[in-house]
Write a protein that binds this ligand. Sequence first.
Ligand code: GRF
Length: 206
Amino acid sequence: MTSVGGRRLGILISGRGSNLKAILDAIERLELSAEVGVAIANRPGAVGLEYARAAGVPAVTVDSRSYGSREAFDEALVAVLAQHRVDLVCLAGFMRLVTPVLLEAFPQRVLNVHPSLLPAFPGLDAQSQAWTYGVKVSGATVHLVTPGLDEGPIVAQEAVDLEGCDSAADVAMRILRVEHRLYPAAIQRILDGGWRVEGRRVRFLP
Ligand code: GRF
């Protein structure tokens, strides 16, 4: 069985950071037993870092455009995460593909939240994809990160009824509300241990 070891999170964002805020709020409400060791943005001026600063959490920008390769960027990320003694890395609206450099530094310790019921609508603009396709139900997925885009073993999913939605923005808003609840709960489950990966499956002890 797997256990993460500690409860220090490193949250990686690219922009708005509402999932970062949801995680910080869940910790504040004692619904998530963890602490955020560092929040990192890959874009200068990412507004979401303000949520970290307001909570007294170190907020760091590692500008992905300053690095010659994805691997070099990930090495810089790993250095910051290690400096802040992070146990579990949470991608939260982080618009970058990660490489084995990060994944090998944190084996089975990188999570992502994706705004669809994977494997439907992977990649960018999952909510617009769902809207364009006309599905009646979509949702949110939390998964372990592997090198393939949005492909890792699934930790948690929740369906969202799209009946009555008028636009892709409407779809995104409904799904986001669920992400904000699902992601902290999934992080808690992973931190609590008692699970292992069997092929594509994350199996939790009964
Ligand atoms: C979320 O819908 C997340 O699932 C997707 O991008 C959005 C980021 O939102 N990958 P925020 O930055 O957490 O507000």
